[in-house]
Write a protein that binds this ligand. Structure first.
Ligand code: PIR
Ligand code: CA
Length: 320
């Protein structure tokens, strides 16, 4: 049983991550926290509530950072729509938000739980997590691991260098990669393998019931924007890969690397500079790499294992 806090910006693939975490019996979802990203904080928080209403999920939800640490806000309306979760009918919230700020929820949980037992799973810009480290640095030593969706070692999706979650708040991301905790970077190189193909949609449809309809409506919209914007035949459900890793470590493989975030590049701001063999590099890289823990960088997904977990979780939430 792995305990997690999911810090997200729903978002179609964030929604799948929430449903996987709540529906899998080996995950204890302690809280959902939100961060401005795919849409404004207000919208993504409303969407988190809607997903929980659709899935019958009752864990606390708390709203976090309203925008990046230093840069202007940048949202992904072209992919996720005006609501941030266009496609399905969004059910009304069935309960209240946690009155605390997400930063305090994260700190309260990590300081109360046994050290080394709670994973952080950020699937949006890293603003809320960076603020939590600044407010209570002791959380770094208490987290079991950070499994984040963000970055890439081959290419970006906002610019050719940068992935959205890192591009939006590179200063926050750099603080997370620089902190002395165990980080797995689940970047586009991995998540672009997690595509919702027509056979996957058929399996979700076969689950039946209103939650399956909610998910297939969501994926139909996501499919249309991914086709239009990127020419992808099937949409990738990035964020759910992070949760899957904590359920079944064999779901994807990783390689250890030095990862740092480009803050000042002329064209590369928000790039996750990744060096798999820093010892073979120039002195400047060797020195920087020696001063930082290696990041586990996700490389190859076992697609069947991944989708089995998602379909199983949707089935369990539907039966409940
Ligand atoms: C996906 C996202 C943002 C922009 C695009 N083009 C596609 C969101 C997803 O929710 C995921 O967390 C991450 N950001 C992928 O870049
Ligand atoms: Ca996301």
């Amino acid at each position: 049983m792995e305990k997690i806090i999911l810090d997200c910006d729903p978002g179609h693939d964030d929604a799948i991550a929430i449903l996987l975490a709540a529906g899998n019996p080996d995950i204890e979802l302690l809280a959902i926290t939100t961060v401005a990203g795919n849409q404004t904080l207000e919208k993504v928080t409303r969407n988190a509530m809607a997903v929980c209403a659709a899935g019958g999920i009752t864990v606390p939800i708390a709203a976090g950072a309203v925008g990046p640490l230093v840069r202007p806000q940048y949202v992904a309306e072209d992919i996720h729509g005006d609501s941030g979760l266009d496609g399905p009918v969004l059910p009304a919230a069935t309960r209240d938000l946690d009155p605390r700020h997400a930063v305090d929820v994260i700190i309260d949980i990590l300081m109360a739980e046994e050290p080394g037992t709670v994973h952080l799973v950020p699937t949006g810009p890293l603003t809320t997590i960076a603020l939590a480290i600044r407010k209570e640095p002791r959380i770094v030593g208490r987290v079991k691991s950070v499994v984040l969706m963000g970055g890439a070692y081959t290419r970006g999706n906002v610019t050719s260098a940068a992935e959205f979650n890192i591009y939006v708040d590179p200063e926050a991301a750099e603080a997370v990669f620089a902190a002395d905790w165990d980080v797995t970077m689940v970047g586009l190189d991995l998540t672009h393998q997690a595509t919702a193909t027509p056979d996957v949609i058929d399996r979700i449809t076969a689950v039946g019931g209103p939650l399956a309809t909610f998910v297939t409506d969501m994926l139909a919209f996501f499919r249309s924007t991914y086709l239009e914007r990127f020419g992808f035949p099937d949409p990738p459900v990035h964020d759910a890969c992070c949760v899957a890793k904590l359920i079944d470590p064999a779901v994807f493989s990783t390689s250890d690397a030095f990862v740092a975030v480009e803050l000042n590049g002329r064209w590369t701001s928000g790039m996750t500079y990744t060096v798999f063999d820093p010892e073979l590099s120039v002195p400047e890289v060797r020195t920087a790499a020696a001063a930082r823990r290696r990041t586990h960088v996700a490389t190859t997904l076992d697609k069947d294992r991944f989708w089995d977990l998602v379909v199983d979780a949707l089935g369990r939430l539907t039966e409940k």
